[in-house]
Design a protein around this ligand. Sequence first.
Ligand code: DC
Length: 227
Amino acid sequence: MSAVGEIPVVTIDGPSGSGKGTLARRIAAQLGFHLLDSGAIYRLTALAAARAGVALDAPAVVRVAETLDAQFLPDGSILLAGECVDGVLRTEQTGAMASQIAARPEVRAALFDRQKAFAQAPGLVADGRDMGTVVFPDAPAKIFLDASAEIRAERRYNQLIGNGFDAKLPALIAEIRERDQRDRTRAVAPLVPAADALVMDSSALSIETVEAQVMAFILTRGLNKAH
Ligand code: DC
């Protein structure tokens, strides 16, 4: 089986709201593999910088990235310097801050090894923007999941309203477009599908359909379930 340093890796890249996070969790559970939510690492770095009073464009953000004290617990919760930050990590504001620091090559370089270290037996499902192009370019199975900005904003809107938050659909569409533009056009590791990725548009598909098609693709790439 082809794999990254003998550890099989599945990469799932795409813009926020495409459903890649949910897909990655479900595929990792099906395969019995570990999960890397690389967006959370960028979000944690942005949050740590903000909490330390470091401006997002300051050189000191690189040091924040290098010394990030993050823990990913088996139950899915995430700690920053020992404190659970699950709620604040998922806000639109933290996402926008993460997108800004993620455009800086030195920050990406500082977080590279930390992401690579997630590749542990029996295997890894890595979710992000550049998992298949930069961090795990030799991964045997790569997926790029997209969806229209309107559909992604609508999903986010329903999620926010469902959780009792206030939200405005036009503002969400504008925010999503702005973040997409920055992530897709940055000079380093832009959001693009790897040449050998399975590209899917989830706009009109249920998560179950996407999952079934992706699992079928993964099995054709020689990866097997760990259990
Ligand atoms: O997937 P997410 O929304 O949690 O990611 C937040 C931001 O982090 C995203 O707008 C861009 C950045 N990011 C990145 O540049 N590379 C990754 N592999 C993952 C996220």
